[in-house]
Ligand binder design. Structure first.
Ligand code: MN
Length: 373
């Protein structure tokens, strides 16, 4: 048995409180559940990954509970006894017993990368070809408070030089009121910071045709996934008629989805989440297709905690194709620090953590405090 043999894989659900409620089109979260995936090698090295979805199953059908069941019951038997360096083979074999479930697979895949990199004494980005940059720009997602509070939040972030661009979630209100709300924020930040919107696939084609031109005219700099994910042709139509870029998110989980978006010229930017794509390897496949087609990629988030965010930072910093910044702000939304040494944010960026593996160490007392009983 080699030092790299995986001899245990454990999953733990945490519920971590947020600094303020985070609103999506169909749900509000005041705490974020995280599924911590821990693999241990026979050499005593521990690797962590996070399986995490944004506040519940509304986004992609997975939740921490379904992910725990799939990992414990169906993925763990594939992983146990294999070598941590056999990531490609392990993930292909998991594909044979678990379809889809990309968020759960990402948790396992990142834990394997962390364990393998720590065993070698190198950072995870080394396994991805090395760091191409040592930090990545971070856009901040503003809350759903009254307009004046949202503007104050943005101005405070600018003042602290934490973020220089902002994203607003849409889709929870009537489209007319929602559009007015966004345009008021854009007007208040004009000349200071760019504002983009994410409609999380909530509008139908007619609603998009009616209100997106108003958002573009009012100065919104980018529109993320206005219409349903599977309607690539609608995204393509909107891309043709709008003067601002469209970002595809719900439309792209797999490399083949990316190929379809490229073929139909449906988006200028693709939101790449290492979670929804099923891990670092598959995210790289998505970025490669986009890059070959001249489509930009954004390092997106499903509100990962520090482990998932660190994985996404290693990914973003190793990929020239992540050329449209990131929204890797997840840990800043958490009211409790789970790391011994927090990730470093500032000057509109987050820094690539240094050291072996993901380059971050969990504070196990904090983990214990927020573990679900
Ligand atoms: Mn999105």
């Amino acid at each position: 048995m080699s030092e790299l043999t995986i001899d245990s894989i454990q999953t733990t659900i945490l519920d971590v409180p947020l600094v303020r409620p985070h609103k999506f089109a169909t749900t509000v979260m005041d705490k974020q559940p995280l599924l911590l995936v821990e693999v241990r090698t026979s050499g005593g090295v521990i690797g962590f990954g996070e399986a995490v979805v944004p506040g519940g199953p509304w986004w992609g059908g997975e939740s921490v509970e379904t992910m725990k069941a799939l990992i414990d019951g169906h993925m763990a038997p594939v992983v146990l006894g294999r070598s941590a360096e056999d990531i490609t083979g392990i993930m292909l074999d998991i594909e044979r017993v678990v379809a889809k479930a990309t968020f759960a697979k990402a948790g396992v895949e990142v834990a394997l990368h962390d364990a393998w990199a720590r065993s070698l004494g190198v950072p995870v980005h080394t396994l991805l070809g090395g760091a191409y940059r040592d930090s990545v720009d971070v856009t901040w997602a503003l809350g759903s408070a009254p307009i004046a509070e949202i503007i104050d939040e943005a101005l405070a972030k600018l003042e602290q030089r934490m973020n220089f661009s902002f994203k607003l979630k849409m889709g929870a209100l009537h489209p007319a009121a929602d559009t007015q709300r966004v345009l008021a924020v854009v007007a208040a930040l004009e000349g200071k910071a760019g504002v983009r919107v994410d409609i999380n696939a909530r509008w139908d084609r007619f609603t998009a045709l009616r209100y997106l031109p108003q958002l573009a005219d009012g100065g919104v700099e980018l529109i993320e996934q206005p219409t349903p994910g599977d309607q690539i042709e609608v995204l393509a139509e909107l891309s043709r008629i709008l003067p601002v870029p469209i970002m595809a998110d719900e439309s792209v989980l797999t490399p083949h989805d990316a190929l379809e978006v490229v073929r139909q010229q449906a988006a200028a930017v693709i939101a790449v989440k290492t979670t929804k794509c099923g891990g670092l390897q598959r995210s790289r496949d998505v970025v490669a297709i986009a890059r070959a087609a001249g489509v930009a990629c954004h390092g997106a988030t499903s509100i990962e905690g520090p482990i998932g965010t660190a994985a996404s930072i290693h990914f973003a910093c190793s990929q020239p194709g992540i050329n449209f910044g990131s929204e890797l702000f997840g840990p800043l939304l958490f009211a409790e620090e789970l790391l011994a040494e927090p990730l470093r944010y500032g000057d509109g960026k987050v820094a690539l953590p240094q050291g072996p593996g993901l380059g971050v160490e969990l504070n196990m007392d904090a983990v214990k405090t927020w573990t679900r009983n």
